[in-house]
Write a protein that binds this ligand. Structure first.
Ligand code: NDP
Ligand code: MG
Length: 394
């Protein structure tokens, strides 16, 4: 295969966010391998237009229809502007795209992701929420249409790397071990957790990320979502997915095999590493990323998660073991509770209470159809919103 054929034409949904900007950084270093052909955002037209000019992408989509005219005015005439939910689907199914990277926060990327799969595009997934909400639907569609799902989330990308070239399949894997930084409250006494502020929760010790995932990292819901995400990406039972706290975030995750050997993937804490691997896979190429300096690392620490003080992992395991629509409810209730916390309507520890209470109230259904997961998602959002309102008043 000539190198020209290895150039991937990429549509990037969520271009203006943290993952989106890192993807542009990776593409800048690898023009012979990555061509951005489409960029989408919600409403940040200034940054989107700037990105379109830099990359030369001929298609852009803006989810907020009110921003169409402003975006149009900022772009050269030969760039096609796609608008609204339909615009995202048009971008995800562009004839000239090979792979669609979904980096939209929350579940807003679900429909375009499914449309991309149906159009035969490989899917690079940063938006873990879509796999938690609709993992069964998404993985079944990918299988049906013969497309690859490439994990961008650093933990899953690490596991993907550890499993790459391993032909034994899931039966030779005894455990997936997700590493967690522990977040900003790893050592905060449990009695103080109820009163932590939004500002404190937004200060992540090792990663620089968008607002929602930063709060999720503080509650450990991020790791809970990732447990369910791993279950779908690697087809492994929830009982074989564990979490270990590793405050330096240098080991991004590990695979333990039945013979007792463990493989780990290490790099600096920079999302450009997993993004680059997902977009150059199955090859490894030299981009702009610096390797680790082991002499400067000092040490790598490990500790057990504080399950009792951070109930998110237990809730995730319960959701993943029960299956059906419970993971969708777990995810939707968390999105609602995170918004309520950021808007100072509920306290930090209320996030767990709202999610746990919503899960308790849910009657689990089969999650094999998109309709049933969407219904569960809507139900959970209403239920969680009511719970936030009750909590805020008490
Ligand atoms: P950000 O909040 O930084 O960015 C979100 C992006 O999504 C922005 O481009 C935003 O556009 C766009 N967006 C939001 N809502 C919509 C919508 N309805 N339709 C279209 N576009 C929309 O998020 P992150 O980059 O941090 O995270 C993105 C996803 O990646 C999340 O699911 C997160 O869990 C996951 N992830 C992130 C990591 C990180 O390091 N940041 C690591 C691993 C996973 P606009 O700017 O116009 O609002
Ligand atoms: Mg992660």
């Amino acid at each position: 295969m000539g190198d020209g054929m290895k150039r991937k034409r990429v549509v990037l949904l969520g271009a203006t966010g943290s993952i989106g900007c890192s993807t542009l950084e990776v593409a800048r270093q690898l023009p012979e391998r990555i061509e951005l052909v489409g960029l989408a955002a919600h409403s940040n037209v200034g940054r989107l237009a700037e990105q379109a000019r830099e990359t030369g992408a001929r298609h852009v989509a803006i989810a907020d229809p009110a921003k169409e005219a402003e975006l149009r005015s900022l772009l050269p005439a030969d760039v096609t502007v796609h608008v609204g939910a339909e615009g995202l689907v048009e971008l995800a199914t562009l004839a000239e795209a090979d792979v669609v990277l979904v980096a939209i926060v929350g579940t807003g990327g679900l429909h375009p992701a499914l449309a991309a799969i149906e159009a035969g595009k490989d899917l690079a997934v940063a938006s873990k929420e879509i796999l938690v909400m609709a993992g069964e639907v998404v993985t079944a569609a990918a299988e049906k249409h013969g497309v690859s799902i490439l994990p961008v989330d650093s933990e899953h990308n690490a596991i993907f790397q550890c499993l790459d070239g391993h032909r034994g399949g899931a039966k030779e894997v005894s455990r997936l071990i997700l590493t967690a930084s522990g977040g900003p409250f790893r050592q905060t006494p449990s009695a103080e957790l109820a009163s932590v502020s939004v500002e404190q929760a937004l200060k992540h010790p090792t990663w620089d990320m968008g607002r929602k995932i930063t709060i999720d990292s503080a509650t450990l819901f991020n790791k809970g979502l990732e447990m369910v995400e791993a279950r779908w990406l690697f087809g492994i039972g929830m009982d074989r997915i564990d979490v270990v706290v590793h405050p330096q975030s240098i080991i991004h995750s590990m695979v333990e095999f039945v013979d007792g050997s463990v493989l780990a993937q290490l790099s600096r804490t920079d999302m450009c590493f997993p993004i680059q691997y997902a977009l150059t896979w199955p090859d490894r190429v030299q981009g702009g990323l610096k390797p680790l300096d082991f002499a400067g690392l000092a040490k790598l620490d490990f500790e057990a998660p504080r399950h009792d003080d951070f109930p998110a992992l237990g809730l995730a395991r319960r959701a993943g073991l029960a299956g059906g629509t419970l993971p969708a409810v777990f995810n939707a209730a968390n999105e609602v509770a995170v918004d309520a916390f950021v808007e100072r309507r509920i306290g930090f520890t209320d996030i767990w209470k709202v999610v746990g209470g919503t899960m308790d109230a849910h009657e689990v259904r089969d999650a094999g159809s998109l309709e049933s997961v969407i219904a569960a998602d809507h139900w959970a959002r209403d239920e969680a919103a009511a719970a936030c309102q009750r909590t805020g008043k008490s």
